[in-house]
Ligand binder design. Structure first.
Ligand SMILES: Cc1cc2nc3c(=O)[nH]c(=O)nc-3n(C[C@H](O)[C@H](O)[C@H](O)COP(=O)(O)OP(=O)(O)OC[C@H]3O[C@@H](n4cnc5c(N)ncnc54)[C@H](O)[C@@H]3O)c2cc1C
Length: 392
């Protein structure tokens, strides 16, 4: 098999890239280790920046998003038993975010790609990449037990944090920056209508809590927990009780409760590899960087990477230019580090670190007070949350 751009991974990065290239008449093949059903049902992010929403419309995959996406013009920061709204529209000239689950985005992208008769090879086994420092890199794998070799001009490593692409870069070239946090998120899906119009980020002495939603009858709720904890230790009743304790307000706010249909524990980490390219391999999305989900940046950052990559590849094929490909890593890393900082900052402000660190707790309360009472501080949060312009 032969193609222009071989893409490893059918997550947001890989699928958006395939459609961006398709629009420019550049051929690609997506190689994915899981089945279509698996990737279409994987529950993950749900907050789309305006730029991501606009891109979906531009690619002609925004129909269901338009019908089902919920526009949020702000968030609530809740602490000391009171809620404080950060008004995105007022602070950022009318911008907002849209709540639309990542697996719905994935369904839309896969449907568009397959409708155009472009290949996605699901359930590929033992995927590996070779010849990255030459002119004809290959992706090798097995389909139904038979060996396959895909020759490419370029390979996009869009295979997430645990993929094989990043590990194929020689170790002496990799510069890794990382931070792990002493807590995780216990996340649940609850069958109940939204308890609030917008997301609620809560700082509480028992730990962080987040009220979010995925659709008019499905809530996504999180509580800070020990990352080593076993989800089996948490009965549904315990989770609901913990949410109610952390979310309680002086004016008796009520969580709408229903059956919990999924629960899991997610570790939190920050991670960046530099550079994001080696020879003819270009990393994009979680393969190159991870942010804690507090800033809702993971999916959006993956989209920003592949927009740069698609542009650079288009300039290569249409104008024989290599400068944008050479600058790919530097171009992406500016936005990556901004998102890393914002996600770390939100995480540090809203979570309990050590129970007995009274100094840190006073600092967090001071930062929260400042953020909700200074227009400058609130604007900084708002413009980062809705997403900086693509030129960042
Ligand atoms: C459990 C979880 C919950 C999350 N929740 C949130 C959230 O609430 N808010 C938020 O903003 N972000 C969240 N994120 C982050 C966000 O979902 C990611 O940033 C986003 O999915 C990145 O997209 P990606 O395409 O780079 O990687 P991925 O979505 O990870 O896609 C990578 C794809 O590559 C495939 N793959 C992996 N290895 C191989 C291989 N060897 N060969 C072929 N294919 C391979 C995978 O199966 C996958 O389909 C969450 C992430 C996880 C893991």
């Amino acid at each position: 098999m032969r193609t222009q751009v071989g893409i490893v991974g059918a997550g947001p990065a890989g699928l958006f890239l395939s459609l961006l290239l398709q629009r420019e008449g550049i051929e690609s093949v997506v190689v994915e280790m899981h089945s279509r059903k698996y990737v279409e049902e994987r529950i993950r992010a749900g907050v789309l920046e305006q730029g991501t929403v606009d891109l979906m419309h531009k690619l002609g995959v925004g129909e269901r998003l338009k019908l089902q996406g919920l526009e949020h013009g702000g968030i609530e920061l809740r602490f000391g038993g009171r809620g404080h709204r950060i008004d995105f529209r007022e602070l950022t000239n009318g911008k907002c975010v849209t709540i639309y689950a990542q697996h719905e985005v994935i369904k839309d992208l896969i449907a568009a790609r397959l409708a155009a008769n472009r290949p996605i090879l699901f359930a590929a086994e033992n995927v590996s990449v070779h010849g990255l420092d030459g002119e004809r890199p290959t992706i090798q794998f097995q389909m139904n037990g038979a060996p396959e070799k895909l020759e490419c001009d370029f390979i996009a490593g869009c295979d997430g944090f645990h993929g094989i692409s990043r590990a194929s870069i020689p170790e002496e070239i990799q510069h890794v920056f990382s931070r792990s946090y002493p807590f995780g998120w216990l996340g649940i899906l609850m069958q109940a209508p939204p308890s609030a119009q917008e997301l609620i980020y809560t700082y509480h002495e028992r730990g962080f809590a987040l009220v979010s939603t995925r659709s008019p009858d499905l809530q996504r709720l999180y509580i800070q927990c020990d990352p080593q904890d076993d989800i089996a230790n948490w009965s549904d009743a315990m989770i609901v009780e913990e949410l109610q304790l952390r979310l309680a307000t002086k004016d008796n706010w009520q969580l709408l409760v229903g059956p919990i249909i999924q629960k899991s524990i997610l570790a939190m980490r920050s991670f960046v590899i530099e550079p994001m390219q080696y020879g003819r391999l270009f990393l994009a999305g979680d393969a190159a960087h991870i942010v804690p989900p507090t800033g809702a940046k993971g999916l959006n950052l993956a989209v920003a990477d592949v927009r740069h990559l698609a542009r650079a590849l288009t300039m290569f094929y249409k104008q024989n230019r290599t400068d944008l490909l050479e600058a790919y890593s530097t171009t992406c890393l500016r936005r990556v580090w901004r998102a890393e900082h914002f996600s770390w900052w939100m995480t540090s402000m809203l979570h309990r670190f050590l129970d007995d660190d009274a100094f840190q707790q006073r600092m967090q309360r001071s930062q929260l007070d400042y953020t909700v009472s200074s227009r400058a501080a609130a604007t900084s949060l708002a413009e980062n949350y809705v997403g900086l312009p693509f030129t960042w």
